[in-house]
Structure formats: C-alpha cells, structure tokens
Design a protein around this ligand. Structure first.
Ligand SMILES: C[S@@+](CC[C@H](N)C(=O)[O-])C[C@H]1O[C@@H](n2cnc3c(N)ncnc32)[C@H](O)[C@@H]1O
Length: 505
C-alpha cells in the first residue's frame, strides 16, 4: 500500500523560508508558554479560510484572495497560505482520522476553532516541508493569538503526537485490519467513501479499468493548473505567453500555467481571454461543431445556453456563435448570476446575445422548437471538479445526487422541447456520477422516439487538437448504446466533464 500526500505539494521548499523566519533557537525544547505569541500572517490567512469554510459554509477559492489582499501577503506567502488551507481542506477526512487517535475526546466536542488550528498543524507536519518544530511552534502561536492562551497546551500536546509518525505510517495505522478497498482508498487519498465508490462506478461505466481509481483520486488532490481560453475572434494569448503561460495541447486558443495570477493580464481583465477549464472549452466547442440537420433547421442559427451562470461556457459559445453568424440566448434563474453571465459575455458583440433571467424548465413551453443548438450544463454535484474546490468533497452528500436528479431530468426535457427538429442538445455535467450523467440521458431517450444520440467522443475528438482524446464511450464493451463521452482529470488534466449529444429527428 502506498500512501499519498493528500493535498500536499512537495515541490515547495519551505525549509529555507522557515530558517529565514526563525530566531535560530531550537524551539522544540521550549515550553509552549515561551514560544511564538504572534500569528504568522500566512498561517493566519489559512486559518481564517478554514474558519470561514467551517463556520459560514464559504467557498475557499472565493475567500482566499480576499484574505490574502487583506493581510498584504507577498507572492511567496500567498502560495504558502493557499497550499496550507487547500491542502488541509482537501485532506480533512484523513487528518480528522489522525487527530481522533491523538485527542482524548470525540473531535466534535472540540471547539471548532481549535479543530481548524489542529488541521492546519497536521497538514504542515505530514504533507509540507515544514520542520516539525516550526509547525508546532507556529500553530501554537497562531492559536494563542487568535483563540487564546487556554488551548495552546492541548494543541501542542496533540501535534506532538501527530509528529511522531509520518503520513505513510499514519495511513498504515488507520487502515490496519481493513479489507474493504474503498475504505482503504478513502483514507489513503482523503475522499469520502461514497465518492470513491461513485468514481469507481463511473470509471467502469465508461469502459475504463477500475485500477485507474488511484490515479483519479491523486489527480483530485493535486493543485490544479490555471487554464485560459482566448475568445475566438476577440482575444489572443500573446500577453499570457509573455507572462509564462504555455500553449494548451488539447484545444485551440488555450493556455496553461501552474502558477501566477491570471488577474494581472489585461486581456483577462478586459474579458477577451478568460479562465476556463480545458474540459469546459472542449464540450462547448463540440456543441458548436455538432452535426445538426440544417436542411431541417433552416435559416440563421439560434443557440441556447439553458443553465448559463456564471457564464464561462456562455462567453465561449457566444463568441463562437458570433463567428458563425448565429445568435445565442443565455438563461439563468438567479438574478445575480444572470448579471455575471452578461458580464462574462460583455466582450462579445451585443447584437449576438441576450440574457434571460428565468427557470430553464419553462423554456420548452415558452420557446417550443426554437433553437438549433442547446447547452444544458446542468446543476450537479461537481464531483468532477474536486481539484478546484478543496472543501467540496466533505460538504457534498450522497443524498445531493438523488435530490438533483429530478431537476436535471426536467431541464433536459425542457431543452429537448425547445429544440428544433434537426437540432442538437449537449447534456453536460462537471460530475462523472452515473446517476447524473448516463442515467439522465437514458431516461430522456426512453421518453421519446424522435431522438438520436450522436457520438460524443468523436465530437470531442473533432473539437480537440489531438483528435484522439479517448474520452468516448462508443467502443466500450459495457455500454455500447450510450455514445457519451467522459473526460478525466487523471487522463486529460481537465475537470471530469461528461458530454452527451442528442439530436432531434
Ligand atoms: C453547472 S452551473 C453552469 C455553469 C456555466 N454553464 C458556466 O460554464 O459558467 C449550473 C447553473 O444552473 C443554474 N440553475 C439552477 N437551477 C436552474 C434552473 N431551474 N434553470 C436553469 N438553470 C438553473 C445554476 O444557478 C447554475 O448557475
């Protein structure tokens, strides 16, 4: 059994940083009361992010930039704070299992602020190159400064116990006696068991080998690469390349970077270049190029993005539509998200798009047989984007899958009603869970006899630069009827986007 480092990024060399910051005294021997009393700003930012996530259900990736700005962190400290917070959040389940062995009471009886401080301490000890004395000293100092002097002895004692073993030793201890592969993988790779089970099912359903689960779980724990898209006909990537981005190899007009702040690029601020996962770019382009039966649809093309907020795919689709002389309606029910959609599309000529603020389930009745190409980027659990949302795996519940099912089905049915004969609907999720993907598509196909599935894998290949993504399902011995496609973080370095293309006869 190999133990991964959940959320850890071992390339950073924090040892030098800690040397620069320390007084040079060996602090391991010092009593907690003599240790650091001030909070290191980078650790304070990480702690504040964990507190916002646990207390206010905040999204770490939205809170982090604001806290970094508030504390005026430089680039290096911002990187440290991000790695610390995101790593501690991603691996929370495994870290809590470790802590449960080191605390003399149930974790839910601890003050939640103390628990968050401990999680930050554990991540430094087992997954970052922070020397144990610095991790202990700084975490106790943080707790003393922001929680109070009382808990520092407890935190010190618990983290000392944690530091007695490295991560592989802890995982070996936690998994000792377990025989269930799912339970073991869940602890080794810091995912809830129900998500490990769902991802295994999804791999098998798409004809992949179940052993890929290890690579998939590891990909979820890696820091994601920033992906950019230059809106066709509007943006170019020269400035991004000058800033160190490299050309994306899977899709045209994309660029990648594992560091750096895309917000510093003027093209990003202007909105002609946008941050967007390559998987999202591929599914949008696959829909734009899908084979509609134009002899049936006739005339200038009308496109619809049924679930458009916050507007990432709408912006790319709108610029593709503008290039083809088509028009697009972007629909989003939540008013503030509908505003974000309009902002996202602002760089695209305004006579080519309209935003509708409304429930997508009404579109089929309001606009029957009206659109040539429709994107249903359905609300989903987001299990395919766990890399980007460090806390989400612990917040999501299995019941979310069944709760979303009826809405996903109603949106797809509404889209099919709104589709012209000869037109194509792309049903997309950023979750590979089969209850949200193939099951929804199968139900829609069963309801009507005027639909056909197009080969979504071939459509993705045609939209890609490689022409051979291997995302298709058509050759799968398990589900030859499906014709759907599934992208994977461990294979394509994209979010796990699902795509089915349905054409109306
Ligand atoms: C997966 S997100 C779409 C992401 C978007 N396509 C993008 O690329 O930026 C799903 C969206 O569906 C919206 N939604 C939720 N209920 C809806 C409904 N009844 N009709 C239409 N959209 C809905 C959510 O507000 C959310 O913005």
């Amino acid at each position: 059994m190999t133990a991964n480092h959940p959320g850890g990024n071992r390339r950073r060399d924090e040892a030098g940083r800690e040397r620069n910051r320390s007084t040079g005294r060996n602090r391991t021997a010092a009593a907690p009361a003599e240790r650091t009393r001030a909070a290191d700003p980078a650790r304070l930012v990480a702690f504040e992010v964990l507190r916002a996530v646990s207390e206010k259900d905040a999204y770490a990736n939205l809170v982090m930039p604001a806290r970094i700005r508030h504390h005026h962190l430089d680039r290096r400290d911002a990187g440290f704070a991000t790695e610390l917070a995101y790593g501690a959040l991603r691996a929370q389940g495994t870290y809590d299992a470790i802590l449960a062995r080191c605390v003399d009471r149930p974790l839910d009886e601890l003050d939640p602020a103390i628990l968050d401080a401990l999680r930050i301490g554990v991540h430094q000890l087992v997954a970052m190159r922070v020397p144990a004395h610095a991790a202990l000293d700084q975490t106790v100092g943080l707790a003393r400064a922001v929680i109070g002097a009382g808990p520092s002895a407890l935190i010190n004692a618990v983290l000392r116990k944690v530091s007695a073993k490295d991560l592989p030793e802890w995982v070996a201890e936690l998994t000792e006696g377990l025989s269930d592969e799912v339970a073991i993988a869940a602890l080794e790779h810091a995912h809830p068991e129900w998500i490990v089970r769902s991802l295994r099912q999804a791999l098998v359903a798409h004809g992949r080998d179940i052993s890929e689960i290890t690579a998939l779980l590891e990909a979820d724990n890696a820091a994601p690469v920033v992906n950019l898209v230059a809106l066709p006909g509007l943006g170019n990537l020269d400035e991004a390349f000058d800033a160190g981005f490299t050309p994306g190899e899977l899709v045209i007009d994309s660029a990648l970077s594992s560091g750096g702040d895309p917000g510093r690029l003027s093209s990003v601020r202007e909105g002609t270049v946008r941050v967007q996962d390559v998987g999202s770019q591929l599914v949008a382009r696959a829909l734009a190029e899908a084979q509609i039966k134009s002899e049936l649809t006739q005339g200038e093309e009308r496109w619809l993005d049924l679930c458009a907020g916050p507007g990432g795919k709408a912006a790319l689709l709108a610029s593709l539509a503008a290039e083809k002389g088509a028009w697009i309606l972007a629909n989003e029910p939540t008013p503030h998200r509908a505003k974000l959609v309009a902002q996202a599309m602002a760089a695209v000529p305004q006579d080519t798009w309209t935003v509708r603020t409304g429930d997508g389930r009404d579109i089929g009745v309001d606009h029957p047989e009206s659109f040539d190409r429709i994107l249903v980027d359905a609300p989903c659990t987001g299990l395919g984007a766990l890399r980007r949302r460090p806390e989400s795996r612990w917040r999501r519940k299995l019941s979310d899958v069944s709760e979303l099912g009826p809405l996903q089905r109603e949106l797809l049915n509404s889209a099919i009603d709104a589709l012209k004969p000869g037109g194509v609907v792309a049903y997309v999720t950023c979750s590979p869970h089969i209850a949200e993907t193939t099951a929804v598509v199968q139900d829609a196909m069963r309801k009507r006899d005027d639909l056909e599935l197009l080969d979504a894998g071939a459509a993705l290949d045609a939209a890609s630069l490689t022409g051979n993504l291997g995302a298709g399902n058509a050759g799968s011995p398990v589900r030859t009827d499906q014709m759907s496609a599934q992208l994977w973080p461990h294979l394509h370095q994209t979010d796990a986007m699902f795509l089915a293309l349905i054409r109306k006869l």
